[in-house]
Every structure is written in C-alpha cells, then in structure tokens.
Write a protein that binds this ligand. Sequence first.
Ligand code: 3PG
Ligand code: MG
Length: 395
Amino acid sequence: MTADLPRLEDLHIERGTRVLVRVDFNVPFTEEGEIDDDTRISTAVPTIEWLRRERAVVVTCGHLGRPDGKVDPRYSMAPIAKHPSTLLGCEVALAPGVVGARVEPFVASTPPGEVVMLENLRFEPGETECHPAFATNLSALADAYVNEAFGASHRAHASIVGPPRVLPHAAGRLLAREVDVLSQLLHDAKRPFVAVLGGVKVGDKLGVIKALLDRCDTVLVGGAMAFTFLLADGKRVGNSLVEPEFVEECRQVLDTRRAHIPVDVVIARDATPDAETRIVPAGAIPDGWTGLDIGPETAARFADHIAGASSLLWNGPMGMFEVAPFAAGTAAIAEAVAACPGFTVVGGGDSAAALRHLGLTDRVDHMSTGGGAALEFMQLGDLPGLEALRERQPG
Ligand code: 3PG
Ligand code: MG
C-alpha cells in the first residue's frame, strides 16, 4: 500500500545534497541510563546507509521524551547520537542546537557521505505547536526530506508535516515497510483476524477498539482498561482503576459479543513486588483490592483465540507486567503470540519489551516501531505524516 508514497529512489540526490531525515529515536533507557532497546535506531540504518552511499549529507533529527519546548539537558540527543556511530561505522556528530545561526554552518561544513544529528526537536516550542516559522528554519537546513519516523507520524508536528511542503520528499525504508504491513492487516487480513489490546487508559483505546471490531473476528481486552469494561458488565471491581465516563461506550462494545474481557484476575492490595496476591473471578474483587493482571483462566482462553488466528495484532500489556507478581498474564500472551501460526504483528513499547525479555522477538512476523502510530493507522487508515508525504513534490 506504499504505492502512493514517494520512495527514496525517487529523490534526486547528488554528491553533497543535504537530506533531512526525521527519525524516531525516542528509545527506552534502563535505570542506569543505557539504551534499553535500540530497535528504533537499528531499523533506520538501511535508509541512512543508502543516503550515505549516494554521497548525501545526512541530517538526522528526532525527539526524546517530552521536554516541553525548553532546552533540558536530561533530554539531550547526545547519548542517542553516540549509538548509531557503532551501527553505521561512522561518527554521528551532534549539532549545537536544533536550528539557527550555529546549526547552519555546522550542517554546511559536513562532508558528503557523513551523518549529523540535530538536538532534540522538542527543545523548540515550534515543533509540537507545528509553528510555520520553525518548520521553515528546519527545512532551510536541507535540500530534501525523508520521513523515517513511523512511530511519530501520528503527530502533526512541524518536523513531520512541515518539510514535505517545501522540500522534495520521500518515505524511508522502515516507514514504507510499516505502512505495507499495517495496510495489509487493515485491508486484506486473512480471517480469523484477532486483536489483543491492553494498556491502562480505556479512553485512549476505545476508538481503536471500535474500529477493530469492524475489521476483526475477535478483540481480546486486558490491562487496566479491562476494569472499566468489567464495571460496564456489572462486575465488582474493588479498587481497580476505572474511568466511569466510558462505561456506556464499553457496554456498547460488549454488546457486539465480539469483544472478550477477563473472566478471572490477579488482585493485590498494592502493586509491590512482595505484595500478597490472589486469583479471583473477575466479578468478585473485594473492596480494598486492585486487579493488576489477567488470571490464568483468562490467559488460557485468550491463548486459544490467539492459536486459531490467521492474522493477529497485539498492542499493550495484560497487567502491570513490570512488577513480578503481575507479569504472568502478559508473558502468557507473549508466548501465545509467538506460537501463533498466523501472521503476527506487535506494536507498542511495552508489548515489544515483554517479547524481548522472553527472547521471543524473532517469532513474530512484524514488530512495529510505533505503538500509538500503529493503532492510529489501524483506526483511521492514515496518519498526518503519510498525508504530508503524499503532497505534491515542490517544483
Ligand atoms: C513514541 O514513543 O510513541 C513516539 O516517539 C512519539 O512520542 P510521543 O508519544 O511523545 O509523541
Ligand atoms: Mg507514545
């Protein structure tokens, strides 16, 4: 389905052409400050290498966290810039800022075939506000633009939608692959098509759940958001997290009979590693107790649905998997997804982390580098960043 997106090969690149590459190097870090998962960096390498071979000046730019429009050293791209050096076998020099008088000569003095990185785009308020002046200054650093930031393409931010208006532009290899895989799932999934959704906030996921109900045979709902569904189903949820304003919508979803919610849950008084836990039927959570994972019966039922899927999409953990007593449900789903003989797609940092910690990453067909972006694509069939790439090439 990338047929409608301009490809790298369509760009006219000569020796020294400055190419601004929007990447999504917003990677997770360990508590010790090391990069915990470099997938978002390593998967962008083929595009960067291709541009280097064409002797372009590669100007990478991305964001890290949410520094809120202010320079904040905790969110500097410095540790990120170091990392691709090893993957690319060349130095990636960090620019002294995002745009402006010091950055322009820095880019201008970069030799063909070399790679530089701008500072965190979100140090500039104009990035998330999509300010035209910031987009103009960013675009002025380059002669062409490549979007290789699938994971950020659901954001109509300046670096995503601005440069394609004024610069010749193309989709990077990773972005193109993401769109191909998700389009196939959206428009041409083999049935049965099963979606497994977890996560905390039901308000964030209801839109995609409803959209998936139109496309999927079965939607399995876990994670903290399942408790609003259980409440909608008339169940006692104790102190579990609920969003009462969405109960009515959850009830409508349940009425379709194609969404399945937990039948048993792991509960505790608090979410600590040494908490006393119990497994109870989903309708019988006492006051003072909180549901923190799906129970074993739910995991087994969900695993049965997953085993029978010809297409499968998984996004979001089944419980508070980062705390040991509440990790079993997510682990069971990860194992089931890995064993599923159908076409399996996993999106979102938490699901990816769960698979990685179990050593199962290689057993899914596609690990999306976007969580929110993948879900928004499945919900709306398009993203602001893709629309921008379809704009006419500037003359
Ligand atoms: C992500 O990690 O989801 C993307 O990099 C987008 O970041 P954001 O959610 O802060 O916009
Ligand atoms: Mg996000």
